[in-house]
Ligand binder design. Structure first.
Ligand code: NDP
Length: 429
């Protein structure tokens, strides 16, 4: 019912409402930050610095993007002129995971409603709190009833109902590769548009000529931010042979200093694992790594903090070496505070190992040699490459993975156009 009204609402009006949502997220920052921390177990400072500001920025970015668009036109010699006409797809489904709850939820909802679609959106049932608060904010900001419909419930029931519903024309999904495959299987026969952002097993590539201190500082973050529960974390660290021992001792020393515990404390660096099943899954991978012949250089154990969090699910940041790149620990997504380190002799060997998994989401490369940086970036099979940095985001850039890490790209106009039908109109001159 809401769709024709919202899709016919002028872009400027849609933009104003979305900017109001952004400013209300800002004014409820403390409440949203605490909710995200308590629900997910991530450190409070991280939710304050990254998750909630980014949710605000997702609305701001797409609210202003729709005010600055130009359509394409193609002249066919002197015979015809073609122009591109965009219409919103209709009612769309947005399904997001628990690791970056409000950040990823809004990364889908904002472009969908900016494009003029109405949305049925499902957060993970593991972390529903900030999605609920967002529904209050959207109402207060004047988003018309029916434009955004947030439904709560488990994936196989509620997520599946969204996927199968005949009136939902497109699905934007972020989550595990297995779930993505199931959604694709159901959507294919009815030709639903699909955007799938799936798992990763990202290589972090460290050459001997890198800026060692900058690399070390960022590698701690790219390994263990959000307890390693970010699809972009570099869980396979490849280090050039000549600096392997130096890296190993410096990295392990820094990892052992990371404080694990109560996410509400400002000096906590590694918070809680999101749930008991996920905690058990990560620990089982640490056991597997030992069975596969790995050496635990740091961590490897569950932690029981004193006080408020003594019943929580905490795992020491864990570093493992001595594993072949083909073993399960190095091929399967663990999605926790666990990294492996492996040395390489030359680029050929490195690329063989880096490209060996079914995934192709992101990669990080550390070198001060510009030619080498470009060469390796071109040859690593990943959709997102960071050179001498990690998680430096520009919301205009295409975001997504190759191989089993996904289908399609989010970000910028790619995201807006996913939620649109694109029509070419040809006029004979
Ligand atoms: P899941 O695939 O289990 O769940 C993701 C979402 O899908 C949740 O909302 C879940 O609901 C829902 N869901 C589960 N089963 C179905 C189903 N059959 N039909 C429709 N929806 C369903 O992933 P996780 O929540 O465990 O998230 C972790 C995964 O997400 C990791 O693999 C990670 O790499 C990936 N990810 C990818 C990103 C990317 O940009 N490429 C970014 C962030 C994470 P519920 O939880 O309520 O059951």
């Amino acid at each position: 019912m809401a769709f024709p009204g919202w899709s016919a609402t002028p872009a400027e009006k849609r933009s104003q409402i979305m900017l109001k949502i952004a400013s209300m997220i800002e004014s409820r920052m403390t409440e949203l930050t605490e909710a995200e921390c308590l629900d997910n177990g991530k450190p409070l400072w991280l939710a304050r610095a990254v998750d909630i500001p980014r949710a605000r920025d997702n609305f701001k970015f797409f609210a202003t993007a729709i005010l600055h668009e130009a359509n394409e036109a193609h002249q066919t010699d002197h015979t015809a002129i073609n122009y591109t006409y965009y219409t919103p797809v209709g009612v769309v489904g947005c399904i997001s995971p628990w690791n970056l709850p409000l950040y990823l939820f809004t990364w889908k909802i904002a472009p969908a409603i900016a494009a003029g679609c109405c949305v049925v959106a499902k957060p993970s049932e593991v972390t529903p709190m900030t999605a609920y608060l967002l529904s209050e904010i959207c109402k207060d900001a004047g988003l018309p009833a029916g434009v955004l419909n947030i439904v709560h419930g488990l994936g196989p029931k509620v997520g599946n109902a969204i996927t199968e519903h005949p009136d939902i024309k497109a699905i934007s999904f972020t989550g595990g590769t297995k779930t993505g495959a199931e959604i694709a299987r159901k959507a294919a026969p009815v030709f639903k548009k699909l955007s799938l952002e799936l798992g990763g097993k990202n290589p972090n590539i460290i050459f001997a000529d890198c800026d060692f201190d900058a690399m070390l500082k960022t590698t701690i973050q790219s390994s263990f931010s959000n307890q390693g529960q970010i699809c972009l974390c570099g869980s396979r660290i490849f280090v050039e042979e000549s600096i392997y021992e130096k890296f190993k001792s410096a990295f392990v020393e820094r990892v052992k200093e990371l404080k694990v515990g109560d996410p509400l404390l400002e000096d906590t660096r590694v918070g809680a694992i999101v749930s008991k099943p996920h905690f058990e899954k990560i620990l089982s991978y640490i056991e597997l790594a030992k069975e596969e012949g790995g050496t635990i250089l740091a961590g490897g154990n569950a932690v029981v903090p004193e006080g408020r969090c003594s019943n929580g699910y905490f795992i020491e940041p864990t570093v493992i070496d001595g594993l072949p790149y083909t073993c399960r620990t190095n091929q399967e997504e663990i999605f926790g505070p666990v990294v492996t380190i492996t040395s390489f002799k030359n680029e050929e060997e490195l690329l063989e190992m880096a490209n060996s998994t079914m995934y192709g989401l992101s990669a990080t490369i550390w070198t001060t040699n510009l030619q080498k940086a470009h060469r390796v970036a071109h040859n690593v099979h990943s959709g997102i490459i960071w050179i001498n940095c990690w998680l430096l985001r520009d919301l205009r850039t295409p975001f997504g993975g190759m191989k089993s890490s996904g289908v399609g790209r989010e970000g910028g106009f790619e995201a807006l156009n996913f939620f649109r039908e694109i029509k070419n109109i040809c006029i004979k001159l």
